[in-house]
Design a protein around this ligand. Structure first.
Ligand SMILES: [Zn+2]
Length: 475
């Protein structure tokens, strides 16, 4: 048994891992897009998305969740000749076609017929696998999904490998275990206090754990501090008729934000008259589709969210919420908010400002101190979002579509929204596995985050129990 990492090794995008068995077959876990300057093995990167590895051995593809940095290269995998099944949770299987349709339209082709052909193939090959249920992939491999608490439908993957184990490290010796090896791929893990979704439970067993480390060097603000900062940014907008721009992934973060905005309206709407003037603009047909998907799939919500429904509240749909659909309406909204004194919150993609409708708002508003940009997610190196976050507070500039834009708007960041576990959550996830894993491989994080998490894990796990590795590029 061996593991190859085709992506998410030098950053947080392009997730794609291959679990190879001795009989030459393999399982692929995720097949995501790269963003910004990040690159993977085989020369893959944002500008080169073709699959560079051999797909012939791959018996099945498992998708941990439907963020494009985990599933966006699926059309390229099909183009490379992959013919096997696509395994994911039932909620992911409902959301996947929406994500792919959008990714194909933006990045690949406007040809409707071609897009529909790809989607038809994806639907036909998708197997919806409920949480907690084993699925036999080959006679030597079975897998099971467990809730990861990151976005709706997200899962971590448990793999039971019944190989002959030649060539494996001797750490197995003496364990008396004859049931093979358990390899767990974390996908993206949510934080316990992620709005709407229950937090992930640790696996009952993991001999090898491939663990994300996005926030491996960081602990989030607690939930109440996060809501306070959201409220402060909105109050600035209310005071001077500005707009709060929130770049967000359409799935996950957008719904979390709507959920917490509804809570703010619920708390303040009655008493603070000015809040009634505020408009919340969801400028993304895709995000609106997903929000409907989240509402449809409410049986997966956590207890708090369900109790709001019982109180007659509508956690993801409220009076002040406006959805912008067509591109013309979008342009009108950009002009209106840039030139009026209507206080507003705009939620639009892309989450890292690397394209999408958010870029038009930034071009129109970054130069005006009335406005605020509020980052709620991780900004990868080489993306405009990273530059705005870094240079904005010092009065710097950002290049958008080849043009320089000075930043006079106020820039804020709230870490706790990003639906990722922080360092403490990641360590707890590992420590709550009844027996420490023999090997942990850290992926999906910047260099500093991985190193900090490795050091923290080495400190907190029993001495000598676990080898913590940071895989590099493999050829
Ligand atoms: Zn994700």
């Amino acid at each position: 048994m061996h593991i190859k990492h085709h992506g998410a090794i030098n950053g947080v995008t392009g997730s794609c891992h291959e679990l190879g068995l001795e009989d030459g077959s393999s399982l692929l876990i995720d097949c995501g897009l790269f963003q910004g300057a990040e690159a993977g093995a085989d020369g893959a990167g944002a500008a080169h998305l073709e699959i560079g590895f051999d797909v012939a051995p791959v018996r099945a593809l498992v998708l941990t969740h439907v963020h494009i940095d985990h599933c966006g290269r699926l059309p390229y995998l099909l183009a490379a000749g992959y013919r096997g099944p696509i395994l994911c949770s039932p909620a992911s299987s409902e959301l996947l076609p929406l994500v792919l349709e959008d990714a194909l339209e933006i990045g690949v082709t406007r040809n409707r017929k071609l897009i529909e052909q790809v989607l038809a193939v994806v639907k036909e090959r998708t197997i919806a696998l409920p949480y907690g249920q084993w699925h036999q992939v080959t006679d030597k491999l079975r897998i099971r999904l467990q809730p990861a608490g990151h976005i709706l439908g997200s899962a971590y993957v448990e793999c039971d490998v019944h190989d002959s184990d030649k060539g494996m490290r001797s750490a197995m010796d003496g364990s008396g275990d004859k049931s093979g090896r358990r390899v767990v791929f974390s996908g993206d893990l949510g934080a316990p206090d992620t709005p709407l979704l229950p937090g992930p439970q640790p696996p009952e067993r993991a001999d090898v754990l491939v663990l994300e480390s996005t926030y491996g060097d960081h602990n989030h603000q607690d939930c109440s501090a996060r809501v306070e900062r959201l409220r402060a940014a909105i109050e600035h907008a209310l005071a001077d008729g500005g707009t709060v721009l929130i770049p967000a992934f359409s799935i996950g973060r957008t719904q979390e934000l709507l959920y917490e905005l509804e809570e703010l309206f619920h708390q303040l709407g009655e008493t603070a008259a000015t809040w009634r003037d505020l408009q919340i603009v969801l400028d993304s047909p895709l995000a609106a589709d997903f929000t409907r998907g989240y509402q449809r799939l409410r049986k997966h919500w956590d207890a708090e969210a369900k109790s709001r429904i019982r109180q007659g509240r509508h956690p993801l749909a409220f009076e002040q919420l406006i959805t912008v659909d067509t591109h013309d309406a979008h342009q009108r909204m950009v002009n209106y908010l840039a030139h009026s004194r209507q206080p507003a919150v705009v939620i639009a993609a892309s989450g890292m400002c690397a394209g999408g409708r958010m870029v038009n708002y930034l071009k129109a508003m970054l130069g005006d101190p009335r406005h605020d940009v509020l980052f709620v997610g991780y900004q990868a190196a080489g993306t405009p979002g990273r530059d705005i976050q870094r240079y904005g507070p010092r009065g710097g500039y950002v290049m958008l579509d080849g043009e320089r834009h000075d930043i006079r708007a106020q820039i804020h960041a709230i870490g706790g929204y990003s639906a990722h576990a922080d360092q403490r959550n990641l360590i707890d996830f590992v420590k709550d596995i009844p027996a420490p894993p023999q090997e942990i491989r850290l992926v999906h994080g910047d260099t500093d985050a991985k190193a900090a998490l490795r050091d923290a894990l080495r400190q907190e796990l029993p001495t000598g129990s676990t080898q913590v590795l940071i895989p590099g590029r493999e050829r």
